[in-house]
Design a protein around this ligand. Structure first.
Ligand code: 3HC
Ligand code: NAI
Length: 703
């Protein structure tokens, strides 16, 4: 309960307005309290309660001022996103409710704890004043849902904080703490301790002052801050990279332009038009879908809610290479001690240095204090002896990707780990069941597949083996939240969900360059689709030599082999598919072009031109097909998990919703026809859905 004793007392003696709203008059202040778990979103009932509450406060002769407060973990966290696709049309609209709040002639105060987000902050902006606990957060994150603040936020916020700060908060979706909000003028007072008591005292002072409180719509302080037309172009330019492919940021910029150039009422009209455009867009539907998809992944239908969780207080990591050191950081960041085991001193030293360097970078950016850095490093216990893992509750293996080595490590772990410890492998492709078979306790073995860089990427694939115990799965899913990852559950197959999904893309890219397009044309089409880089630039980054090339057996039978044979291993050699300058800027390589042309002519294909869309379809329709197979085989729990995995693990552009959601928008019959034309076999699931007019993104795993 973040809102203190006064709130409990107020609710105790209050009148109930409806199922989610109470009204009390305390020391001449009307207190309207919303209590609609989990996040007090502006559902139809909340809107009804707000309207009735403010009307009553207006008419209540004993009330000199009004406080709007929330029970539970947060102030109003926004419009009810679930209602977007199923609106409660009987309830008053949000604009009507906010108009009524803003029209209240008595001083009105929003008492903010937790997060005042989106429509929640817009509601608070219709009060005369905002007071908050210092750690509360205020933000307009609608951009993350492909929207703009559509309840006056784009017009009211700049009137307080100015165009530039408003653009930052809305187009980048960055919330501010109440402490920062106070410096910006957004928060009128910080309250330490009992928020409601402080808010009531603030409201009483406002009522006593005798001066009429000014509505935000009538304020001009922010608009008077220095800005000109260049501010908007400069903002667009500075964020062009982050905004690439997204529609909402541009509409937000236009709405703020309207705020500074038009009278309030006209600005509101402009906001409504710009909001309506976004609301109807496929992008917003995609981003809203992902919002819920991300929150659904942790639900595992065959795990009863009462499945116990094994306590994890100490962690072991084996292998301090690229992945092991990143994995260890996740637990150090969460305050859990980690024993990091290597086979030899130099590798251990390298791993420790990498961890420290990473923290130092965060410190240099002001994200970590020197003290926090040392505290985290102090939680790290380096070791060259697996026996030091005897007390760990969870051990994650991240050694080389070799089955014999992993089995050896697990056999040894079986001897040293305490009974009940969870034994996890970070393997990318290997059979988790075969690894588990090296132990006498396969029920305790699971895959925890992190993505690189492991301390940054938010996806965690949890791979359940055939024998993995339910409580081990439940613990892994819950642990993901502790280390701020999004878990996606997979069954065992080659590459699990994300890596398996992306394999057809790479195969299609390699095949396509034999038919005409150059690697850079293929990459460009995928970058224009929304990926940060195309498959060939990715290969150059990873290194062509480390993706299965063996100098001893190389026989010039593929383009990659030839490039490796002539020393073009990628960025590390200043040349791979592309040439690189000293600053690692890529340019198309004439040498690669020669190699590709040679293979093209030998392959018997008549080289032809592919428009970008054809390239995208050729590479990504097979990915969709693989996703359908993953569902047929029951590898993934649901299609939306696949989308979350690809968006978070492989940078699939979020505004498409991921491959499954994107496919629904294209039309499944079109994809089936195109796959057949490419010589691919569409999965049975895809064919059936296409025939029946069904949707892929709502499917669940079937095996
Ligand atoms: N509407 C409906 N449900 C919501 C919601 C919303 N705005 N925000 C959160 N929820 C639901 C979640 O789906 C989840 O439901 P579940 O338990 O059934 O899965 C539950 O509330 C808890 O959410 P989280 O798991 O995300 O809880 P956290 O404590 O981690 O985070 C939060 C809380 C910071 C509020 C986070 O949920 C969040 O960022 N919510 C979205 C906020 C937002 O985008 N607001 C703007 C909405 S659009 C809008 O207001 C338009 C307006 O301008 C007109
Ligand atoms: P890496 O080569 O960077 O690190 C492996 C480390 O394991 C080395 O430091 C090595 O000294 C150590 N090691 C080897 N044998 C050991 C032993 N017997 N005891 C203790 N330590 C030992 O490899 P990387 O990239 O970290 O990969 C590790 C695992 O993670 C592999 O299974 C890989 O497939 C998987 N993975 C890799 C990803 C990546 O992008 N690099 C992504 C996801 C998973």
């Amino acid at each position: 309960m973040a809102n203190g004793q006064t709130l409990e007392a107020a609710q105790g003696g209050a009148d109930r307005i409806n199922s989610v709203t109470t009204y009390a008059c305390i020391e001449s202040v009307a207190v309207i309290t919303i209590d609609s778990p989990p996040v007090n979103a502006l559902s139809g009932d909340v809107r009804r309660g707000l309207l009735a509450g403010f009307r009553r406060a207006h008419e209540d002769p004993t009330a000199q001022a009004v406080v709007l407060a929330c029970a539970g973990r947060t102030f109003i966290a926004g419009a009810d996103i679930r209602e977007f696709d199923a609106p409660d049309t009987d309830a008053p609209g949000l604009h009507a409710v906010l108009d009524a709040i803003e029209a209240c002639p008595k001083p009105t105060v929003a008492a903010i704890h937790g997060t005042a987000l989106g429509g929640g902050l817009e509601t608070a902006l219709c009060c005369h004043f905002r007071v908050a606990l210092p750690e509360a957060k205020l933000g307009l994150p609608e951009v993350a849902l492909g929207l703009l603040p559509g309840a006056g936020g784009t017009q009211r916020l700049p009137r307080i904080v100015g165009a530039e700060a408003a653009l930052e908060m809305m187009a980048l979706g960055k919330p501010v703490t109440a402490t920062k909000g106070q410096a910006m003028g957004l928060v009128d007072a910080l309250i330490e301790g009992d928020l409601l008591a402080g808010a009531i005292a603030f409201a009483q002072d406002a009522a006593r002052s005798g001066t009429a409180a000014v509505r935000v719509r009538d304020r001009t302080g922010g608009l008077a801050l220095p800005h000109d037309a260049h501010v908007f172009d400069e903002f667009r330019r500075a964020n062009a990279r982050a905004f690439r492919g997204y529609e909402a940021p541009e509409n937000i910029v236009r709405a703020v332009e309207a705020a500074v150039t038009l009278p309030f009422a006209d600005g509101m009209k402009r906001e409504a038009e710009l909001f309506a455009e976004l609301f109807a867009s496929r992008q917003s539907a995609a981003l809203r879908y992902l919002f819920f998809a991300e929150r659904q992944t942790a639900r595992v239908p065959d795990l009863p809610a009462a499945t116990p969780i094994r306590p994890i207080a100490t962690v072991g990591v084996i292998g301090a290479g690229t992945m092991g050191s990143g994995i260890a950081m996740n637990f150090l960041n969460a305050g859990l001690p980690v024993t990091l085991v290597e086979r030899e001193e130099p590798a251990l030293e390298r791993g420790l240095a990498a961890i420290r360097r990473n923290y130092e970078v965060s410190q240099a950016k002001g994200k970590l204090t020197a003290q926090a850095l040392e505290e985290r490093m102090a939680l790290l216990r380096p070791s060259l002896d697996m026996a030091d893992l005897a007390q760990a509750d969870l051990v994650i293996e991240a050694v080389f990707e070799r089955m014999d080595l992993k089995q050896e490590i697990f056999a040894r772990l079986d001897q040293v780990a305490r009974p009940g410890a969870i034994l996890a492998t970070n393997t990318s492709f290997l059979d988790v069941d075969a690894i588990a078979a090296a132990t006498c306790r396969p029920a305790d073995v699971i895959g925890l597949h992190f993505f690189s860089p492991a301390n940054v990427m938010r996806l965690l694939e949890v791979v359940r083996g055939g024998a993995t115990a339910p409580d081990v799965i439940a613990t892994a899913m819950s642990l993901a939240r502790t280390i701020r990852k999004v878990p996606v559950l997979s069954r065992v197959c080659d590459g699990f969900i994300a890596n398996r999904m992306m394999t057809p893309r790479m195969n299609a890219a390699q095949a396509l360059i034999l038919e005409g397009p150059m690697p850079w044309e293929v990459d460009r089409a995928l970058v224009d689709y929304g990926f940060a880089m195309g498959p060939f630039a990715m290969l150059d980054l990873v290194g062509l030599d480390v993706i299965g090339w063996d100098a001893a057996t190389s026989n010039s039978s593929s383009i990659t082999q030839v490039l490796c044979e002539i020393g073009r291993w990628g960025q590390k050699r200043e040349g791979g598919f592309y040439d690189y300058d000293a600053a690692r800027r890529a340019t198309p390589s004439p040498v690669t072009e020669g190699v590709v042309r040679d293979f093209q002519s030998r392959s018997g294909h008549q080289a032809r031109t592919f428009v970008p869309q054809a390239i995208v379809e050729r590479l990504l329709f097979p990915v969709v097909n693989e996703g359908a197979r993953i569902l047929e085989e029951g590898i993934a729990l649901r299609a939306s998990d696949i989308d979350v995995a690809l968006v978070m693990g492989y940078g699939w552009p979020p505004f498409t919703g991921g491959p499954m959601f994107w496919a629904d928008g294209i039309g499944l019959q079109r994809i089936v026809d195109a796959l057949e034309a490419m010589g691919e076999t569409p999965s049975e699931l895809l064919r059936r859905l296409a025939r029946e007019g069904g949707a892929l993104s709502t499917c669940t795993g079937q095996a």
